[in-house]
Design a protein around this ligand. Structure first.
Ligand SMILES: [Zn+2]
Length: 134
């Protein structure tokens, strides 16, 4: 797979904090209820912390009580990439930034949340940077 933004692992390590690197480049997961955006209500756009691509709007963020920032849709479908993930003995769909390939989290559907899509994009705070609306 090739991405618009391509860097070596050494370049990513230099740019990102150890936790950001672990999540974005090694598909790690931050501990639940620890991320800075879990309960954020700030109006704005969430961009990829690795490359700045605008990924999610605060308008689609909802209270999932799952411990991570949750959105019911990306800003545009082509901003993210979906990859089947069968690690941990579960079939899940990984969500990556389509511009740099950075790991964002997973998307789940049919959980019964009262949102327009019945999907939950469960995204790590450290994969995102919130740009508050002016
Ligand atoms: Zn990115």
């Amino acid at each position: 797979m090739s991405y618009e933004i391509e860097k070596t692992e050494a370049e990513w390590r230099a740019q990102l904090s150890p936790e950001e690197y672990h999540v974005l480049r090694e598909a790690g997961t931050e501990r639940p209820f620890t991320g800075e955006y879990t309960d954020s209500k700030t109006v704005g756009v969430y961009g990829c912390r690795a490359c700045g691509a605008e990924l999610f709007s605060s308008e689609t963020k909802f209270d999932s009580h799952c411990g991570w920032p949750s959105y019911y849709a990306p800003l545009a479908g082509d901003r993210v990439q979906y990859i089947e993930d069968t690690s941990l003995g579960m079939r899940r769909v990984e969500v990556r930034c389509a511009r740099c390939g950075g790991h964002l989290g997973h998307v789940f559907e049919g959980e019964g949340y009262g949102t327009p899509t019945d999907q939950r994009y469960c995204i790590n705070s450290v994969s995102l940077t919130l740009k508050p609306a002016e």
